[in-house]
Design a protein around this ligand. Structure first.
Ligand SMILES: [Zn+2]
Length: 411
């Protein structure tokens, strides 16, 4: 029986057996996991249920980075030597890690209908960071033909997609919209001249207006997923289209980031994942991403709970002039402007006043008119004035950056 369709009791029993195995193995073979449990006074035998995980402190990216500096290269998190790893990836930090599991990504692609008949372009980076490789590995697992284009170079992307008659896109949603925007500027018709009918998207906020543009205007069925460089894909969209089912190859908790306590359905908190990877087991890895989940039945028949919405980064909604600036609302605002490839809102101090500045990478002729329209929409959606629009060169804002950055220095 598929784990994602088991009854609650049966699924929990399955996951908890995996949990006991993983924690026991990691404690024995990964010194960093052992010292983390020892410091909390927790013996591995005490971790029998998912609820028991609350006793283990959350490990975050900065903990791994610090541990790696002290004990290079893997900080005591790996259970095998570097030589025994197939592929080592480097994330900003730098943080070293073996390539994460590919099965979660493959599961999402499979559920979305990607398979042997597909030619997919993979647009995230293949250079050092694992995103491109994770997607490539997953697409190969479902039997698709892979065209690894990587990021940037919009015109070459367009030529490639058209000539090879690619049927699927894998990558960031905003980049796909900017490709389509360029196609139209070049006088081509996306629906007529291209064969892309599905997109497997993630890595940044996907707003209703972006979804509507892709599905209604360009006939692209969109499939969201959630994952990180260290974990691979750990949640995926199903045909029920009402959230992202948790991948059964890991245990996902949604917790209060301050206390580490598990939250109930509907309560927003941090996504914390314990994976079942033998080579590089992560026990209670805090992603820093915020979401909430539901265990209501899904029309697709899967019983495994699903994340309803990825809300952004934990603590990512700072107060500006007394009001919360919510990343999702900012993303929704920019969603309507398809000429924008990348954006970020910075909050600065101008004297004693908070100032909002949106940096955009965009292909725009009438900059003044564009800024005016963007400011008006921002005011409507976010109920806050946008003070400045700053055009920056392509590549200035790294892919996957925070939507809102607080640059106020309090002295
Ligand atoms: Zn479903």
């Amino acid at each position: 029986m598929d784990v994602d369709r088991m009854g609650d009791a049966e699924r929990t029993a399955y996951l908890e057996e995996k949990l006991r195995e993983t924690v026991g193995f990691a404690y024995q073979h990964a010194p960093a996991v052992k010292s983390n449990l020892d410091a909390a006074g927790v013996a591995p035998q005490q971790i029998r249920t998912i609820k028991d995980l609350e006793a283990i402190p959350i490990t975050r990216k900065e903990d791994i980075l610090a541990a790696q500096k002290e004990h290079p290269p893997f900080g005591g998190f790996a259970t095998v030597t570097s030589r025994q790893m197939k592929r080592v990836c480097v994330s900003p930090g730098p943080i070293f890690e073996p390539l994460a599991q590919l099965e979660g990504g493959a599961k999402g692609l499979n559920v979305a209908g990607f398979g042997a008949d597909d030619i997919v372009v993979i647009t995230p980076s293949f250079h050092m960071v694992p995103a491109g490789m994770l997607y490539e590995g997953a697409a190969l697992l479902v039997g698709a033909t892979v065209v690894a284009t990587g990021p940037g170079n919009t015109e070459l992307q367009i030529q490639t997609m058209r000539q090879i008659q690619a049927t699927g896109y894998v990558g960031f949603p905003r980049f796909l919209l900017s490709i389509i925007h360029r196609v139209e500027e070049m006088g081509q018709d996306f629906r007529r001249d291209f064969s892309i009918t599905k997109a497997y998207i993630g890595g940044e906020m996907f707003t209703p207006s972006m979804k509507q543009a892709m599905e209604d205007d360009y006939g692209i069925q969109t499939w969201e997923h959630y994952g990180t460089a260290d974990l691979g894909v750990v949640a995926y969209e199903c045909p029920g289209r009402s959230g992202l089912h948790m991948y059964e190859g890991a245990i996902m908790e949604v917790v209060d980031p301050a206390t580490g306590k598990q939250l109930d359905p509907g309560q927003p908190g941090e996504i914390v994942v314990t994976n079942f990877e033998k080579d590089y087991p992560l026990v209670r890895y805090g992603t820093g991403d915020e979401s909430f989940y539901t265990d209501e039945p899904c029309s697709c028949g899967r019983t495994i709970p699903r994340l309803v919405d990825i809300l952004g980064r934990v603590g990512d909604a700072p107060r500006v002039r007394g009001l919360f600036l919510v990343p999702r609302e900012v993303a929704e605002t920019v969603g309507a402007f398809t000429e924008v490839t990348t954006f970020q809102v910075a909050i600065r101090l101008s004297g004693l006043r908070d100032e909002t500045v949106m940096r955009v990478e965009a292909d725009v002729e009438d900059k003044e008119g564009f800024a005016k329209a963007l400011k008006a929409r921002f005011q409507d959606n976010c109920r806050l004035a946008l003070d400045q629009v700053e055009f920056v060169p392509t590549g200035t804002i790294p892919q996957g950056s925070k939507v809102v950055v607080d640059e106020r220095k309090w002295e």
